[in-house]
Design a protein around this ligand. Structure first.
Ligand SMILES: [Mg+2]
Length: 150
C-alpha cells in the first residue's frame, strides 16, 4: 500500500479498518509522500522527509535516524523549487553564493558599511545588510555541501 492513490481510494472513508478508523486525508498522504533520496558518499542512501532523516548503508541497513532535524533549505525564506538537490547543483550554488558574498564585501570595502546603491530602482539596502544577507546565503551553501555532498 505504498501508492498514495491506494491510500486515498481505500482509506478515505470512515471505518476503512472495519472498526472506527478515521479517514486518511489527502493532506496527510501528500505530506508523507514527499520523500527525497540523497546518495551518500559511502554507497548508501539517505531518505529525508519533513524533519526526519533515515540513512541506509550500502548493504541497505539503517545506520542513522534523525528526527526533528530541519533541512537547511527549509525555513530560510527560500523557494523550495530552487533547492539544489544534486552534488553539481549544490556546488554551483556554493560558487554562486561565494561570488555574491565577494561582490558585497568588495562594495563594502570600497564604499563602507552604511553606503548603498544610489542608482534609481535600487532597494536602498545598505552594504552592511547586503553583506549580512550574502554571508547567510554562503553559510547555507556551505552547510548543503558539507551535509549532502561531502
Ligand atoms: Mg546570495
Amino acid at each position: 500500500m505504498n501508492d498514495p492513490r491506494v491510500f486515498l481510494t481505500t482509506c478515505a472513508t470512515p471505518g476503512w479498518d472495519s472498526y472506527e478508523a478515521e479517514p486518511v486525508t489527502a493532506a496527510a498522504v501528500r505530506a508523507a509522500s514527499g520523500v527525497q533520496f540523497v546518495p551518500t558518499v559511502r554507497g548508501g542512501v539517505q531518505a529525508e522527509w519533513a524533519d526526519v532523516e533515515v540513512e541506509f548503508d550500502a548493504e541497505g541497513r539503517v545506520v542513522d535516524v534523525v528526527v526533528d532535524r530541519p533541512r537547511p533549505w527549509a525555513g530560510k525564506d527560500k523557494n523550495p523549487a530552487y533547492e539544489p538537490t544534486s552534488d553539481e547543483a549544490r556546488l554551483s550554488y556554493l560558487v554562486e553564493e561565494a561570488g555574491e558574498m565577494l561582490a558585497a564585501a568588495g562594495k563594502t570595502l570600497r564604499y563602507g558599511l552604511a553606503s548603498y546603491n544610489p542608482e534609481p530602482g535600487s532597494s536602498g539596502e545598505t552594504n552592511a545588510a547586503w553583506l549580512t544577507r550574502e554571508l547567510a546565503d554562503l553559510k547555507l551553501a556551505i552547510e548543503l555541501v558539507e551535509r549532502y555532498t561531502l
